[in-house]
Ligand binder design. Structure first.
Ligand code: ARG
Length: 257
C-alpha cells in the first residue's frame, strides 16, 4: 500500500471508530433522543400528574413510550400539544412519533404510518344516570358534545347529527354534568374514568353503531427504521403481557381515585 493510501485508510478507520463511540451522524445510534408528541388530556392513556413516568406525564401510553425508548437505548422526550396539532407536528419533524391513544384510521393513514396496534377501544356515550338515551339513534334530537378532532366527532358527523365540539374531554363532561348537553361521545376507557370521577353519570354502549377502534403509534410516512423498532417493542410488550398489566394498573388507579 502506498504511504498516502495507507494514511487515508488509517484516518478513515479512526473516524469510523470515533463515530461508533460518539454516535455521530447515526440518527439511530445509542444515546439518541426519541421525541414523542402527545395530548395529555386522555386518562388512563396520558395525563399530567406530579410524578409521572416521563416527567409530569403519566398513563399507559407514557409507560409504553418509555419502554420503547429504553429498549432501543434511546432517551425519551415527550412534547405536549393539542390533539389536532399532533399529526402536523409529526409531518413537520418537530416530533419523531405520536403516542396519544390515537386510533389508526384510514384517513390518518393517508398522511402517516401506524405501528402494530396495542389497544382496542370503542366509542361510548356518557349520559346522566336518569337519561332515556339507550342507543346511538336516541341521540338524534339531543344535544351532543364531542371532542374536537377525536374519532368520536367523526362518528357523530357520519351519523348526520349536529353537535358541539370541545377542546378537552373534561370540558365536555362538565357541560354534561351541568345539564347543558345530553350526551358526550368519547372512547371507552376514558369515559370510564370520567364516570368514576363524576357523580350521577353512566355509560351507554351501542356496539352496532360504533365500530371497534385500534390505538397505534404514528410515525412519519416511510420512516420504517423507527417503525421497525417501535413494532418490535410493541409486539414484545403484547406477547409478554406488559401492555395488559399496564392497562389493568392504570384503569384501577383511575377508578380508585
Ligand atoms: N381515539 C381517539 C382518536 O384517535 C381519541 C384520542 C384522544 N387522545 C388524546 N391523547 N387526547 O381520535
Amino acid at each position: 500500500m502506498k504511504k498516502a493510501t495507507k494514511l487515508l485508510a488509517m484516518t478513515l478507520a479512526m473516524v469510523m471508530a470515533a463515530c461508533t463511540l460518539t454516535a455521530c451522524g447515526g440518527g439511530s445510534a445509542k444515546g439518541d433522543t426519541l421525541t414523542f408528541g402527545t395530548n395529555p388530556e386522555f386518562p388512563p392513556f396520558e395525563y399530567v400528574t406530579s410524578n409521572g413516568v416521563i416527567g409530569e406525564f403519566d398513563g399507559i401510553d407514557m409507560a409504553i413510550a418509555k419502554q420503547i425508548a429504553d429498549e432501543n437505548g434511546m432517551t425519551v422526550a415527550m412534547e405536549s400539544m393539542e390533539f389536532d396539532s399532533l399529526l402536523v407536528a409529526l409531518q413537520n419533524g418537530q416530533i419523531d412519533a405520536v403516542i396519544a391513544g390515537m386510533t389508526a384510521t384510514d384517513e390518518r393513514r393517508e398522511t402517516v404510518d401506524f405501528s402494530t396496534p396495542y389497544y382496542t377501544a370503542t366509542q361510548v356515550m356518557i349520559v346522566k344516570e336518569d337519561s332515556d338515551i339507550a342507543t346511538a339513534a336516541d341521540m338524534a334530537d339531543k344535544k351532543i358534545c364531542v371532542i374536537q378532532g377525536y374519532t368520536g366527532e367523526v362518528c357523530v358527523q357520519d351519523m348526520g347529527y349536529s353537535y358541539e365540539a370541545f377542546k378537552k374531554g373534561t370540558e365536555a363532561v362538565m357541560e354534561l354534568a351541568n345539564g347543558k348537553c345530553d350526551v358526550v361521545v368519547i372512547d371507552s376507557a376514558t369515559a370510564q374514568k370520567y364516570v368514576s370521577d363524576n357523580e350521577g353519570l353512566k355509560i351507554v354502549e351501542d356496539p352496532s353503531a360504533f365500530e371497534s377502534e385500534e390505538y397505534a403509534i404514528a410515525v412519519q410516512k416511510g420512516n420504517t427504521e423507527l417503525l421497525d423498532k417501535i413494532n418490535k417493542s410493541i409486539e414484545k410488550m403484547l406477547a409478554d403481557g406488559t401492555i395488559n398489566e399496564l392497562a389493568v394498573k392504570y384503569t384501577e388507579e383511575a377508578t380508585a381515585e
